[in-house]
Design a protein around this ligand. Structure first.
Ligand code: AMP
Length: 432
């Protein structure tokens, strides 16, 4: 046995796991197409300064950063948004708006490996650029809802807030942007008391401290109620009031689009990524206490990277955690009932016939595998069973003479002799 192992936090995906990942990615890609998001591919290695600019202290400290052989300071991307914003700022500025971009791939963060947390993980991203209107935010929420539905996930809820509420309050209290970001990091980790103490240390008014404390305690499933209460709390903080109005409009539009997900609206919700400026959200399912995906509005990032001022909103669903949730909900087990056929020739002379039958089945859209190990029927059947094959076609000399084969249903453990021309219909259950 080799003593080489995967590096801590890194994983191999064996066929069963790889298939689950690809299954989620396929659905994610279908959703991109349904909403008109076009794929872009950006490099895994980027300039350190680009990735570090607005990603937030926590991620910044955990980047895989190194010097390349020419001494350039580079890093493995810890998220996609910076790369997409760079791409738009440098190469797509003249393209008509809105720009709707999709991407997928692996990301790297030196997190402590634990349940649902790895050092290499996978995301898909949807970014809608060029619109500051609430219908753009609503589209991102609706698209995320559609993705969850198409994946057959159940019981999920969206936690939703707006960066403008807290930033609006703090800005009016003359707290600098970097210090606001430091407070957001604390709030992202639910360290409310520490955040209040830190705000006090930054010299905000006593009134502000009371407002902040009340805002942190304002959350619930009834968006109208939560936002109504929040609005009265932040009275006098103009930008915070505007943020609440904006969120209200976004949620009304989202509901009107028919997206029926459960919401938990939190007035004091903050996310660790520093570039968010507006609506923010995360998706959760029961029994997994980390978010499956997160997103929000970031109106200043493209400008920061030297592009024209371009408002943008996006979402990053995490593939690994979606797979975890689907496993927990037994969704893959349901999907695994898909047909898989093995064709076993009884004798060498029947190999060509077996290949013809395999081709015909694939033509009919049925996954068909040929026995390529030259095993006897009994051993090939045992192997098919082990690999989850649903049907076996045994190509034997007597049956072939009559234009027939033996079709075995591996789950029911029954077999019958059928006309070759009818094999696919029998497998698909289309015969009377
Ligand atoms: P973020 O970029 O931090 O907003 O994360 C968006 C999504 O990426 C999360 O909701 C997770 O699904 C996924 N994600 C982030 N970090 C990790 C990690 N270390 N391991 C697995 N998935 C992650």
């Amino acid at each position: 046995m080799s003593s080489f192992r995967t590096v801590r936090g890194m994983r191999d995906f064996l066929p069963e796991d790889a298939e689950k990942m690809r299954c989620v990615q396929r659905v994610a890609r279908d959703v991109a197409q349904l909403y008109g998001y076009q794929e872009v591919i950006t490099p895994v290695v980027e300039q350190y300064d680009l990735l570090a600019a607005k990603t937030g202290e926590e991620i910044r400290e955990r980047m895989y950063a190194f010097k390349d052989l020419s001494g350039r300071k580079v890093a493995l991307r810890p998220e996609f948004t910076a790369s997409i914003a760079r791409l738009v700022a440098t190469k797509m500025m003249t393209q008509p708006k809105p720009l709707k971009l999709f991407c997928e791939g692996s990301l790297y963060r030196y997190d402590e490996p634990q349940y649902g947390r790895h050092r290499e993980f996978w995301q898909v991203n949807y970014e809608l650029m060029g619109s500051d209107r609430p219908e753009a935010d609503a589209e991102i929420l609706t698209l995320t809802y559609d993705l969850m539905e198409k994946l057959s996930l159940r019981d999920y809820h969206f936690k939703i807030g707006h960066m403008g509420i807290l930033r609006g309050i703090l800005g009016q209290e003359h707290v600098k942007e970097e210090q606001q970001s430091m407070l957001m990091q604390l709030l992202d980790k639910k360290r409310w008391n520490e955040a209040l103490k830190a705000a006090q240390g930054l010299g905000v008014s006593n009134h502000c401290l009371t407002v902040l404390k009340n805002v942190f305690e304002t959350w619930g499933k009834d968006a109208v109620k939560v936002l109504g209460k929040a609005k009265s709390l932040v009275e006098g903080y103009e930008n915070a009031v505007a943020a609440i109005e904006n969120l209200k409009e976004i949620l009304e539009l989202t509901r009107a689009s028919g997206a029926k997900f459960e919401m938990l609206v939190e007035a004091g919700f903050a996310r660790g990524l520093e570039y968010y400026t507006g609506m923010i959200f995360e998706v959760f399912v029961p029994r997994i206490d980390v978010a499956l995906g997160g997103g929000g509005r970031y109106d200043k990032l493209i400008e920061l990277f030297g592009g024209e001022p371009t408002p943008a909103v996006g979402v990053a669903p995490g593939i690994d955690r979606i797979v975890l949730a689907m496993e927990k909900q037994g969704i893959f087990a349901e999907a695994q009932r898909a047909k898989r056929v093995q064709i076993i020739p009884v004798k060498e002379e029947l190999r060509v016939k077996a290949m013809e039958i395999a081709s015909a089945l694939r033509q009919a859209g049925i996954p068909a595998e040929l026995e390529v190990m030259g095993r006897r029927v009994s051993r090939a059947l045992a192997d098919a069973d082990r690999r989850g094959i649903t049907h076996v076609v045994v190509v034997g000399p007597k049956e072939i003479e009559e234009g027939k084969v033996v079709l075995r249903d591996m789950q029911k453990r029954e077999q019958k002799t059928v006309e070759i021309a009818n094999v696919s219909k029998e497998i698909l259950g289309e015969t009377a």
